[in-house]
Each structure stands twice: as structure tokens, then as C-alpha cells.
Design a binder for this molecule. Structure first.
Ligand code: ADP
Ligand code: MG
Length: 709
């Protein structure tokens, strides 16, 4: 449960019983007051707190006490098994339960309205003595009042505080039936809140439920089934057809067809064989596999995705910050309106109605529920969105910067020409270059090494390898100083005659130098990803007015590609130039989306309002660097993300508008004495359901037309 980070230690504590943002604040305050606590982040949807503490001061029972003192609980065992067994059944129940719930509320509302109209309540009041009615109200509402009192002792006002005051005022004027109806709807309202948060938790819970619990490992020549947590890195795991792969790893033996939808959202299966990477939670079929484990549990690509989705709540959208700030003033404002109503009208029932009708929780839930639904829906499609903040920015975005190599292009460039300049042969030039590039992760480096391997050239082990971002590599190969890269790396490269012809053809050039003397040139071409054209066309219809290619490659290569795609370009850029360009655009008030490969573009991605990384499956760097990670290399996910973002923000605005209007109308009617308190209480649980219904649409929103190779 605990990871070390520098001097502080991170502790994750599961917390139960939180139904509303209000609750997270209570837990937050309680935990922040503990000694040695540096930072606390409480997550409503994943039901946990992440604490940064001084290791010496960690006291788990103290943490538990603090949480319990605030009125919540810490389960004794970690949540995983419980989650995985209940998630599916819960998910399949939610819709009928929701319908039933709506029906019950509707029916009760009808009874209340009809009862009011026919005067049934008055008749009941006449028959039952007032003291009995009052006792009844006190008894049935006891758990709520205790909560309110407990909060009051902690100097906190919760939404039930005001409603309880409403109950008291109804009782004071002898309207115990009204008070009873209010209490009943306080329970209904709590349930609605619980249901709404629980429902939105499903998005995350459904993800966690996919992780296999056991793995079959090869130990001492024997197959042995062990808990996934016990698998060691480097151990061999055996996977039979139809099974979910339990770990991340590299195939040692066997062949299979793997459905990687849980990671990439792509339902077309891929073929894997020796040396292929496989991911935990994907399903193997049509063959047996032996896999060498590289990552287990939370460290797998899938584990990281789940964790990032769980923690997405921390990156709040600006609208939510506003709503949060507003809701802290909300209760005092309502209390003042109630006081004013009483002073002006001297009508205790109108006062009670004001106290009862207000609905602060829905305001706080309006944004996160919608964000979470979209983040969950995105994760299922291979689109990892790290927070509501980024959905908000995407919906406002107007500039798109794209990187070239590995982003617009397939990232598998081919070496098409090899020119030997000095006394060396072509094979030796290639061999030197490949040896120097051996440990570079750049797509061009891979192309060089691949070509060398195709020609069966033995590589040498480079010493003192150094990668120069945006330029190339330097390494000591067999005692010689070898450099491979562009003109930026090798200034005298300009004098190479043949280079100009190759450049004019739009090829990317790699100069190879030994001890500062250029001995050869390699020319690479790369093909544009086939779905790019269509994706860029869609992007233009989604609020993006300017698309620009930013590349470290030379002028001609950039110009050629930019012309083909009909976009602007800037060439010969260093990674820091890209950052500067993003900053300049932002200074002009533009909201910048940047799509890059996540490895050598990481800083520019981080600077952009929304950084989107391609090829994040299996690449920890890309997964960490981006705000939005594409789990499969498919440009159609970019317009898809924009569409999801816009739809989410529309839903959020509708949710907020609805709640605001509801409170405005409700409070005005109540203050004017036009809304009887029991009706006000009944209406109080409606906004939650409205928000839930509205936001649920995001979970099953139809997928947009997809571009396909
Ligand atoms: P882009 O911006 O198109 O993704 P990079 O910034 O990754 O390009 O690299 C820019 C240029 O730097 C490449 O076109 C290439 O000329 C050179 N370069 C970068 N890394 C390498 C490498 N490992 N080997 C050879 N050339 C490299
Ligand atoms: Mg790049």
C-alpha cells in the first residue's frame, strides 16, 4: 500500500461512506490535521485518500481514527476482491433500479400533491395527537439528526442541517405531517445522492474488475497457479487459449491471437509470437503462450491506466472549481434567505420550505459526474483522459500542433539510400551508424538498426552513448567517435553535395561522421499514417482553426508533407523551440492541443493546454507525459477526443443550468410561500436524478464515424 518518494512516503487509504463532495472535504480536513501530513488528496469516485506523510509519523490507527471521527470508515481489507465480485452485477442492476427509483419517487410525489389537495394530511393530523406525531418524526429522523449534531460539534453545516431546521419549524407550528414528509424525503435525497455517486463510480470499478486474480507460472518445471500479486518479474507465465493475460510481458514461446480491447479499445485482435509485447487483461485465443513477466499488478500498463483514471478527479475543471467555491457559500446564503423570509412574512411554513428546497449537493455533483462518465467511456475506447481539466480545455481548443516523425508518419521509416563518401564501403557506413544508434529510442534509429539487421551486419557495442534531442546521437564505436544525425549535429554536413538532391526529394537525412569527418549519408522516408487526412478534416469541424506541423526535420521534408496535408509548418526545430512556439500561441490567448509521440516531445506536450501522446500502450514515458494518451496509434481518436470533450461540456452546462434554475425557482416559490414544505422536500431529490440521467448518456454515447485503414 505504500510507496517511497524522497523523504515523504505515499500512503493510500480506502475510505467508505462518502456520498457527496461535502464528504470529501470533511475527510480532507480530518486527515490534514494529523501530525506529519504533507498533502492529502481525497477521491470521491475511487473512494480513497492518497496521503504524503513523513515516514516516521505514519500511524495507521491514527488515520483510521481521524476518518471515523469525521463520520466515515476505513475498510479492514483492501478493496480489490470485493470490487471485482460486485461490479458486474451492480452494473447490470443500475438501469432497472434507476427506473424503479424514479417510479417510486413519482408515486410518492403524486400522493403528496394529491394529499395536499384533498386535505388528507389535515385529516390525519386531526386524528393523531400532536405529541405522538412529533415523537414519530423525532424517532424516524434520529439518524439524520445525530449526523447533523455531530457535524455541528465539528462546527460544520451540512445540507441536512438546514433541512433539520425546516423540520423543527414545521413541528413548532404543529404541522407534524409536513415534518414527517420532509424527513422521508431527506432519506430519499440521501439515497439519490448515494445512488448517483455509486453509479458514477461504476465507470472506474468496471475497469478494476477486469484484472485477473491468479496466474499460472512455471516454477521448477511445473505449472503452478498463484495469486497475481505473487508473480515475480522475470518469471515465466503460461497462458491457455481463452484466458486473460495476467501480467505485462514478452512472449517467449507460442503464438496466439490477442484481443487487446481492454488496452487499446480496438476489437480487431492482433497476432502475437515470440518477442511480441503482451499486456495484462488482454485475452489470448487460438494458441498457448509462454510469457516472460516484465510488469505485474499496478505497474502494468493496465494498472497505470486504472490508477490514472481513478486519480483523474484531482485535475478538476475550472467550472468545477467555480461550483465548489459557490457551494461553500450556498448554505449560508440559503440560511439568510430563510431568515429574511421569516422576518418579512412571519410565515414559519414558507421559512421551512426555503430551508428544505435548497439543493447544494447537486450543484457540486453537476460537473464531476459528467466528467467521470466521459473519462470512463474514453478509457474503454483506448483514450486515456487524465482529468476533467483537459476535457474542458479540449472543448475550447483552437490550435493544433502536430509532430511529424512517429506522429503524422507511421514511425517506421525506411532507409532508402545509403551513400558512402570516403574510402569506406556502404556496409561499413551502415554498420557504424547502427552501432551508434543501438540504444537510441528514436524511430530513425530503429530504422537504421533494422536495415543493418536485414543485411546481417554484426553491431558493435557502443561506449559513451549520448542522444542529442532534435539532432541525433554520438557514441564511441570501436574507439572511434561516431556521430549520426542532421546538419545541426554536424555543421560541415552542408558541404556534402549529394545531400542536396536527397533533401530536395523530401527525404530525411542522417549524416554519419567519424571523428568529425562526414563519411556517409543515409536517407530515410516515412509514410503518412493513412487515417491522418480524414482525421485532420474532422478536427477542422470541431473548433480547431489552425493546424501546424512542428518538426525537427529539415525544410523540404516538412514542406512536402505539410503541402500534402494542407497544413502550415515550421521545420528545423529543437525540442525547446517547440515549447517556445506553444508558449507564444498561449500568450496570444489560444488554447493549444499538441499531438506528439510522447517520448522526445514530452516537454512540449506538457506545456500545451492538452498534450496528446501517441503510442502510449507499453510506453510508461508517453503515458506519464501526456494529458491524454492514445492507447492505440490511431489518429481517429483525436477528433473523437474533441467530440467527447464538447459533448461533456454541453452536458456539464446543462447540469449546472438545470440545478441553478431549479434552486432559483424553488427558493423563490418557497420564499413567497407558494410552495408547501412537503412538496419542497419531495422536489429536493429531483436535481440529483436529473443530473444522473443527463450524464449517463455520456457513458453510452454512440461512437463517432471511425476512419479505418
Ligand atoms: P520530429 O520533430 O519530426 O519528431 P525529432 O525532433 O525527433 O523530429 O528529430 C528531428 C531530427 O533530428 C530528425 O529529423 C533527425 O534528422 C534528427 N535526429 C533525431 N534523433 C536522431 C537519431 N537518433 N538518429 C539520427 N537522427 C536523429
Ligand atoms: Mg518526434
Amino acid at each position: 500500500m505504500a510507496h517511497r518518494t524522497d523523504a515523504l512516503q505515499q500512503v493510500e487509504v480506502p475510505i467508505r461512506g462518502m456520498d457527496c463532495l461535502e464528504c470529501t472535504h470533511h475527510v480532507q480536513h480530518a486527515l490534514a490535521a494529523l501530525p506529519g501530513m504533507a498533502a492529502v488528496q481525497v477521491y470521491l469516485t475511487s473512494e480513497k485518500a492518497v496521503l504524503q506523510m513523513e515516514p516516521a509519523l505514519i500511524d495507521l490507527s491514527g488515520i483510521r481514527q481521524a476518518v471515523e471521527g469525521a463520520g466515515y470508515s476505513v475498510p479492514l481489507t483492501p478493496a480489490t476482491p470485493e470490487v471485482s465480485s460486485s461490479a458486474h452485477t451492480l452494473a447490470s442492476f443500475t438501469r432497472p433500479v434507476l427506473t424503479l427509483f424514479g417510479l417510486v419517487v413519482g408515486a410518492v410525489l403524486l400522493v403528496v400533491v394529491a394529499g395536499e389537495w384533498l386535505g388528507i394530511f389535515e385529516r390525519v393530523t386531526e386524528r393523531v395527537p400532536w405529541w405522538l406525531g412529533t415523537l414519530l418524526v423525532v424517532l424516524i429522523g434520529a439518524p439524520i439528526y445525530t449526523n447533523v449534531l455531530r457535524a455541528a460539534l465539528r462546527r460544520q453545516i451540512i445540507s441536512h442541517t438546514l433541512m433539520s431546521l425546516g423540520v423543527v419549524s414545521a413541528l413548532v407550528v404543529g404541522q407534524w405531517t409536513t415534518a414527517a414528509v420532509v424527513v422521508f424525503f431527506m432519506y430519499v435525497g440521501s439515497y439519490a445522492e448515494h445512488f448517483t455517486t455509486e453509479r458514477s463510480r461504476q465507470a472506474v470499478k468496471r475497469l478494476t474488475a477486469l484484472a485477473p486474480q491468479t496466474a499460472r507460472v512455471e516454477r521448477e518445471e511445473q505449472e503452478q497457479e498463484v495469486a497475481v500479486g505473487e508473480v515475480q518479474i522475470g518469471e515465466t507465465v503460461i497462458i491457455h487459449p481463452g484466458e486473460r493475460i495476467p501480467v505485462d510481458g514478452i512472449v517467449l514461446e507460442g503464438q496466439a491471437t490477442v484481443d487487446q480491447a481492454t488496452i487499446t479499445g480496438e476489437s480487431l485482435p492482433v497476432e502475437v509470437h515470440a518477442d511480441s509485447h503482451v499486456f495484462a487483461t488482454t485475452i489470448a485465443s487460438l494458441g498457448h503462450l509462454k510469457v516472460r513477466t516484465t510488469q505485474v499488478g499496478a505497474d502494468t500498463t493496465y494498472g497505470r491506466v486504472v490508477q490514472l483514471v481513478e486519480e483523474a478527479e484531482a485535475h478538476r475543471a475550472e467550472v468545477q472549481r467555480l461550483a465548489d467555491r459557490f457551494s461553500t457559500y450556498f448554505l449560508p446564503v440559503v440560511a439568510s434567505i430563510a431568515l429574511l423570509t421569516f422576518l418579512v412574512s412571519r410565515n414559519p411554513l414558507a421559512t421551512a420550505a426555503v430551508l428544505v428546497v435548497a439543493c447544494s449537493c447537486s450543484l457540486a455533483l453537476a460537473t464531476p459526474i459528467a466528467m467521470l462518465a466521459s473519462i470512463g467511456a474514453g478509457a474503454k475506447r483506448g483514450l486515456l483522459i487524465k482529468g476533467g481539466k483537459y476535457l474542458e480545455a479540449l472543448a475550447q481548443a483552437n490550435v493544433l500542433f502536430v509532430d511529424k516523425t512517429g506522429t503524422l508518419t507511421t514511425g517506421r521509416p525506411q532507409i532508402v539510400d545509403i551513400v558512402a563518401l570516403a574510402h569506406l564501403s556502404e556496409a561499413v557506413v551502415l554498420q557504424l551508424a547502427a552501432s551508434a544508434e543501438r540504444y537510441s529510442e528514436h524511430p530513425l534509429a530503429e530504422a537504421v538498426c533494422r536495415t543493418a539487421a536485414e543485411q546481417h551486419l554484426p553491431l558493435e557495442e557502443p561506449a559513451r552513448f549520448e542522444a542529442v534531442p532534435g539532432a541525433g546521437v554520438r557514441a564511441l564505436v570501436g574507439g572511434k567517435q561516431v556521430a549520426v544525425g542532421n546538419a545541426r549535429l554536424l555543421s560541415e554536413a552542408h558541404q556534402v553535395g549529394t545531400a542536396q538532391d536527397l533533401e530536395a526529394q523530401g527525404k530525411t537525412l542522417l549524416f554519419v561522421a567519424v571523428d568529425d569527418e562526414v563519411v556517409g549519408v543515409l536517407a530515410a522516408t516515412d509514410t503518412v499514417r493513412p487515417e491522418v487526412t480524414q482525421a485532420l478534416a474532422e478536427v477542422r469541424t470541431l473548433g480547431i482553426t489552425h493546424i501546424e506541423l512542428l518538426t525537427g526535420d529539415h525544410e523540404q521534408a516538412a514542406a512536402r508533407l505539410a503541402k500534402e496535408l494542407g497544413i502550415a509548418y515550421q521545420a528545423n526545430l529543437l525540442p525547446e523551440d517547440k515549447i517556445a512556439l506553444v508558449k507564444t500561441a498561449q500568450a496570444k490567448g489560444q488554447v493549444v492541443v499538441m499531438v506528439g509521440d510522447g517520448v522526445n516531445d514530452a516537454p512540449a506536450l506538457a506545456q500545451a493546454n492538452v498534450g496528446i501522446a501517441m503510442g502510449a500502450a507499453g510506453s510508461e514515458v508517453a503515458l506519464e507525459a501526456a494529458h491524454l494518451a492514445l492507447m492505440r496509434d490511431d489518429w481517429s481518436l483525436v477528433p473523437e477526443a474533441l467530440r467527447i470533450a464538447r459533448r461533456t461540456m454541453r452536458t456539464v452546462k446543462l447540469n449546472i443550468g438545470f440545478t441553478a434554475l431549479y434552486n432559483l425557482v424553488g427558493l423563490s416559490l418557497a420564499a413567497l410561500g407558494l410552495l408547501p414544505p412537503n412538496l419542497a422536500a419531495a422536489a429536493q431529490s429531483l436535481p440529483d436524478l436529473g443530473i444522473l440521467a443527463n450524464s449517463s448518456r455520456l457513458l453510452r454515447a454512440p461512437s463517432a464515424p471511425r476512419t479505418r485503414r
